[in-house]
Design a protein around this ligand. Structure first.
Ligand code: UD1
Length: 425
């Protein structure tokens, strides 16, 4: 497994270009399955997860190609083959092919995802929503088989504004007979990007960005060209890293309107924030102040920036309380931060962070994408040389993280894992 060597204590200074949003690009890749033709998606981050989604599409019979950050997919010859566990276990978002395949073929076969490092993540809301539209499911040998002679519109009230369930239902609803209404829908900016993509394909969707989405089903979708929105989580990660190292960073292409609460929390911590023509400038020249924060669905504070904020607050002046409301066990990385001298206690979904003067370098592990980013931030601000193991988690969601950090003056070096040698060889 690759590891990252990080020399701590250097401020990040300079400009960094924010890549396309992982959590949007993945859904657009899946949505391209709806059109019998060649769609072009620009500004797709070159990360492991988008590569895995490309493999899923290829497996289903699509012709896929990359040209830099442009992803081209011709879905003409797609068939509703089974998406195997090998791909779904690498990336849960593979289940997002369910909606588009049901919509186009009236059937889909997807291996059931297992648990993951941030808690047991269920798909019951996806399935209940699709069932209300006429789909039936049965599970055999770990594979979910879905069928629907013709999907029909329905009123679907989500118990929780799940991002994935809203997306799967929306991608099925665009081709259903009649009108589908999603109540208590997710409002994340990535959903608006998916709706824009589907609308360009010919779908009729209203109410995006509000809790009630209305979708009028249509027949036939045309392939499209589309540019993915910037990644607000990557932008937030660099903003937090700038603060943690008392640096000055320009986030080129970042959208302040997608980061409202994050920026106001960073301002509370002590950062100076300016919107520039094409992004944001963030700087901090003091020890962070302690703040309390609560993660919630958008427009609340994003759970995907919670670990990075904890790394920042670990060295704050005072005690912070962080409450995680989205995932049931997203504090597992706390033990790693404590190994770097942090003083964090967790109880249920609350964490009490007593700020220490400075973190001290240590060998630590990336436990998932965002926890890995948090460890890198902690290492950048710590005293000494840290080693972050298991960087493959981080590679799933961040495009060239160490290249971008090096461009900002960080001293980081990747050590590639040696290929395992065969016994006796
Ligand atoms: C997406 C993002 C992820 C982000 C999350 C919350 C992608 C690829 N991933 O994940 O980075 O952290 O939104 O902003 O876009 N739940 C159920 N039943 C369901 C579905 C969800 O109980 O059927 C629960 C989950 O266990 C979790 C919570 O709802 O506790 C949020 O999940 P959801 O909003 O669906 O997140 P994802 O779409 O999986």
């Amino acid at each position: 497994m690759d590891r990252l060597l990080v020399v701590g204590g250097r401020p990040l200074v300079g400009s960094v270009r924010i890549s396309g949003a992982k959590n949007s690009a993945l859904k657009l890749q899946a949505a391209a399955l709806l059109a019998e033709g060649r769609s072009v998606i620009r500004n797709v981050p070159r990360i492991q997860d988008c590569g895995t989604m490309a493999e899923v599409l290829d497996h289903l019979g699509a012709a896929v190609a990359w040209d830099g950050d442009t992803f081209v997919v011709d879905a003409r010859d797609v068939r509703p083959r089974e998406t195997p566990y090998e791909l779904v276990s690498r990336m849960r978002a593979s289940i997002l092919v369910l909606g588009p395949l049901l919509a186009r073929f009236g059937e889909a076969h997807v291996a059931m995802p297992g648990g993951c490092n941030i808690g047991s993540r269920k798909i019951d809301l996806h399935l209940r929503g699709l069932e209300r539209m006429g789909a039936t499911f049965h599970q055999e040998h770990g594979v979910l088989h879905a069928k629907a002679n013709r999907l029909h519109g329905a009123v679907i009230n989500l118990d929780y504004p799940s991002v994935g369930a809203t997306e799967n239902v929306m991608m099925a609803g665009v081709a259903a007979r009649g009108t589908t209404v999603i109540e208590n829908a997710a409002r994340e900016p990535e959903l608006a990007d998916l709706a824009a993509f589907l609308t360009a394909m010919g779908a009729r969707i209203h109410g995006i960005g509000t809790p009630t989405i209305e979708i009028e089903g249509v027949d036939g979708f045309r392939p499209v060209e589309h540019r993915v929105i910037p990644d607000r989580i990557e932008a937030g990660t660099f903003a937090i890293a700038a603060c943690a190292t008392r640096g000055r960073v320009v986030l080129e292409g970042a959208r302040a309107d997608h980061l409202d609460l994050v920026l106001s929390k960073l301002a509370e911590v002590g950062a100076d924030i300016l919107t520039t023509g094409d992004g944001l400038a963030i700087s901090m020249d003091r020890r962070p102040r302690a703040v309390d924060l609560v993660t919630l669905p958008y427009p609340g504070f994003p759970t995907d920036l919670q670990p990075q904020m904890m790394a920042l607050l670990a060295a704050a002046d005072g005690t912070s309380i962080v409450t995680e409301n989205v995932f049931e066990s997203r504090f597992m990385f706390v033990d790693e931060l404590n190994r770097m001298g942090a003083d964090i206690r967790t109880e249920g979904h609350h964490a009490v962070i007593r700020g220490v003067e400075r973190l001290s370098a240590a060998p630590v592990r990336a436990l998932d994408i965002r926890a890995g980013a948090a460890m890198v931030i902690a290492a950048l601000s710590a005293d000494g040389v840290s080693v972050v193991e298991d960087m493959y988690h981080v590679d799933r969601g961040y495009e060239d993280l160490e290249g971008k950090l090096a461009g900002l003056g960080a001293s980081v070096r990747r050590e590639r894992a040696l290929e395992p040698t065969r016994a006796g060889a």
